[in-house]
Design a protein around this ligand. Sequence first.
Ligand SMILES: [Mg+2]
Length: 90
Amino acid sequence: MNRQDIYEEALLKWGAESQIYMLIEEMAELTKAVCKYYRGKRTQDDVLEEMVDVEIMIEQMKIIFDYNGRFNELKKKKLKRLHNMLLGRE
Ligand SMILES: [Mg+2]
């Protein structure tokens, strides 16, 4: 089973609404880990673990929300804008 199959299987098993709430929960856990990291109460590994959880949920969100395949196009556009900002063009 490849990654995409696993994401699709998770959505089939628990449903889109449940996975959207799981995304919110995982984002909150990442927020908390980052905040605590800066207070010396979490390690870099703790933050990384929460980043992975969020990324796994984001991949499932792409299946739900990116039905017209615009994610990569928007990401490219936003990265180009960031690059321009770094170059002082925006
Ligand atoms: Mg988590």
